[in-house]
Design a protein around this ligand. Structure first.
Ligand code: G1P
Length: 285
């Protein structure tokens, strides 16, 4: 199984921070957002990872590469702890890169992986969602994929007013946490949403999905939508949705980014007490 991580977006929701830094490299607590996603794939046993990049994304490649200059300075200083941290990052996985030349949408970004994926099944992980769970979310999906022998998308319940921000699944419950997909629609208006089950940025596909991406017309926002390709595939083949076990943190906009940083920092022993104290001081004044 290979993993594909689309990271070609322009990050316009995060300007000006993303003017010269890729959104995927913005820190969440103490490491770049994309590292959480790469680690999730690696923990699920996937070590062949293709990152779809675009112009201005060079720092992602540098990040997962070795940094001889830094490493030799750390050696001289006998700072072996930091050195080990750096080496761990460059040894994480076998990471490949390809560029999406124009920002034509998520479906199109995934299509850029076609040659690399070839005849293999593959996972897709989007960086807007950090998912913290005992068993990595993508691993839970891979298990379902193998058991059902059909593509699986991760879903979670969202408030009704939030459906306009997600791919929404029309699903028939067929087991604990499992739904047979009857249809999917990208960012529907509230009154047209078939449910409040939202796609949470994790998917497992067979390579057949590429043919469907190639056929779909531009959809919501004039972009080639992955949701539309899954929906077209689903007219011919079974697709499942799985309500994964875990907590999902949203990085989709600035406010959610700030909340995610606070929530994740609160899960860390080294920051928790001092952060709580700081926030108590702020709220009582
Ligand atoms: C994308 C997908 C959408 C999904 C969402 C999850 O939208 O198109 O179906 O629900 O990610 O994060 P985006 O947030 O990139 O606009």
């Amino acid at each position: 199984m290979k993993a594909v991580i689309p990271a070609a977006g322009l990050g316009t929701r995060f300007l000006p921070a993303t003017k010269s830094t890729p959104k995927e490299m913005l820190p969440v607590v103490d490491k770049p957002a994309i590292q959480y996603v790469v680690e999730e794939a690696v923990e699920a046993g996937i070590d062949d990872i293709l990152i779809i990049t675009g112009r201005g994304k060079q720092s992602i490649e540098d990040y997962f590469d070795m940094s001889y200059e830094l490493e030799s300075v750390l050696h001289q200083r006998n700072d072996y702890d930091t050195l080990e941290q750096l080496e761990r990052i460059s040894d994480l996985a076998d990471i490949h890169y390809i560029r999406q030349k124009s920002p034509l949408g998520l479906g199109h970004a995934v299509l850029c992986a076609k040659k690399h994926v070839d005849d293999d099944d593959f996972a897709v992980l989007l960086g807007d969602d950090i998912i913290i769970s005992e068993t990595p979310c993508i691993g839970q999906l891979v298990d379902q994929f193998r058991a059902r022998e059909a593509p699986v998308v991760a879903v979670g319940e969202v408030p009704r007013e939030a459906v306009v921000r997600y791919g929404i699944v029309d699903g028939e419950p067929v087991g604990e946490r499992l739904y047979r997909v009857r249809g999917m629609v990208e960012k529907p208006p509230v009154e047209e949403a078939p449910s409040t089950l939202a796609v949470m940025g994790r998917y497992v596909f067979t390579p057949e999905i590429f043919g469907f991406i190639e056929e779909v017309e531009p959809g919501r926002g004039g972009e080639i939508q992955l949701t539309d390709a899954i929906s077209a595939y689903n007219r011919h083949h079974q697709v499942y949705a799985y309500r994964f076990d875990g907590r999902r943190f949203d990085l989709g906009n600035k406010l959610d980014w700030i909340k995610t940083n606070i929530e994740l920092a609160l899960t860390r022993d080294e920051y928790r007490e001092q952060l709580l104290e700081f926030m108590r001081g702020k709220t009582s004044s």
